[in-house]
Design a protein. Structure first.
Length: 353
């Protein structure tokens, strides 16, 4: 990259045009960690409200480390990909226990925090501690591929390393590493986007190879998407008085440790569903209604049926909660939340957890 020519226009463009986002108002590494964790798989507009609420509730690493995990998950409800929330709290505990409550200030130490990969560690180290640490997400990768006119597969590690090597000398030439990191991220998010690219507004257009070669929209070529596995799920809404039966999911895997309605990975007819809940130990049951729903995770699709029953006794192998309590205090993943909601809900999306 011919750095001398384009670095200044890029940084000037960033300083004149950057979006004022709450985590950009300071160089607090905890804020950057929370925002970058939330932004994985989630759009900025969605994250804004979650970030403000999260930081208002847990303003420091210490407050997050001491929080009840159930409450952390409740604040995360709707963002999906709940392992991010669990890792975030684990990282806060690591900072308290292993770094005496002081956020680590080197790339290597930041990388030791649970859930923090090279991208997030690079962002925190460059933005908050002015280190020469490129942070390469999909946006940065796309800008670099177009700028250099190379068609690379982002899923290959050696390609990310190659881009990192191209970026490193630029960091060494820049006084404000954080602004450089954020300028490339911002360019990829608002100008050099996957579609509707705005080359005419881009500070790099005089230097960009793909623009000169009229190759912009074809770089980088989209890679083949892995097709999603479809599973059938039957869920049971078992109501006794004003309470409903819940379970907690197992410790590992999809939606780990979150509450769920009792369910099985199988499509059941109403008659089969009645037989199944009799196997659970309920003798007298009254069917109320059935609803269907499709829930889309990152890597799989659940085709779901929910059977609503009134039961005449409580079975102690379930966790019984007041309906109001589920809405207010308990984090129920959106894969199951629709069962509580209005009839109109048809499709929901979530992320692998
Ligand atoms: S000129 Fe176009 S393709 Fe090149 S970096 Fe700018 S927006 Fe991207």
């Amino acid at each position: 990259m011919n750095r001398d020519n384009f670095l200044n226009p890029l940084l000037e463009w960033y300083r004149d045009n950057f979006r004022s986002l709450p985590w950009r108002n300071s160089k607090n590494p905890y804020f950057v960690l929370v925002s970058e964790t939330m932004l994985q798989q989630t759009r900025v507009q969605t994250v804004l409200a979650y970030f403000d609420r999260f930081i208002a509730t847990f303003p420091s690493v210490q407050s997050l480390a001491e929080a009840d995990l159930e409450y952390v998950l409740k604040l995360w409800e709707g963002l999906g990909y709940y392992s991010r929330a669990r890792n975030l709290q684990f990282a806060a505990k690591q900072i308290v226990e292993q770094f005496e409550g002081v956020f680590p200030n080197s790339y290597e130490d930041i990388l030791k925090l649970k859930g923090v990969g090279e991208y997030t560690a690079g962002a925190i180290a460059s933005i908050c501690f002015n280190e020469n640490t490129p942070s390469i997400d999909g946006n940065v990768f796309r800008v670099a591929c177009r700028f250099l006119s190379v068609d690379l597969d982002i899923f290959k590690r050696e390609n990310k390393n190659w881009i990192r090597e191209k970026l490193l000398p630029l960091y060494q030439q820049t006084d404000n590493k954080g602004d450089f990191t954020q300028s490339v991220m911002e360019l990829g998010e608002v100008v050099c986007t996957p579609k509707k690219v705005q080359c005419q507004n881009c500070p790099l257009n005089r230097y960009c190879k793909a623009f000169a070669q009229d190759m912009v929209v074809s770089l980088p070529r989209p890679r083949k998407k892995v097709s999603k596995l479809t599973q059938h799920v039957t869920a049971f809404f078992l109501k006794w008085d004003n309470q409903v039966a819940l379970l907690k999911r197992q410790q590992n895997g999809l939606l780990a440790l979150l509450f769920e309605f009792p369910n099985i990975l199988q499509q059941l007819s109403r008659e089969q569903a009645i037989m199944k809940i009799q196997e659970f130990g309920f003798e007298q049951v009254k069917w109320i209604k059935t609803r269907k729903h499709k829930h889309i995770f990152t890597h799989k699709i659940w085709e779901m049926s929910a059977y609503y029953f009134e039961v005449e006794e409580k079975q102690l192998n379930f966790i019984w909660k007041d309906l109001q309590q589920i809405g207010a205090d308990i984090a129920l993943p959106s894969a199951f939340k629709w069962i509580l909601e209005s009839e109109e809900t048809a499709i929901s999306q979530d992320y692998k957890s």
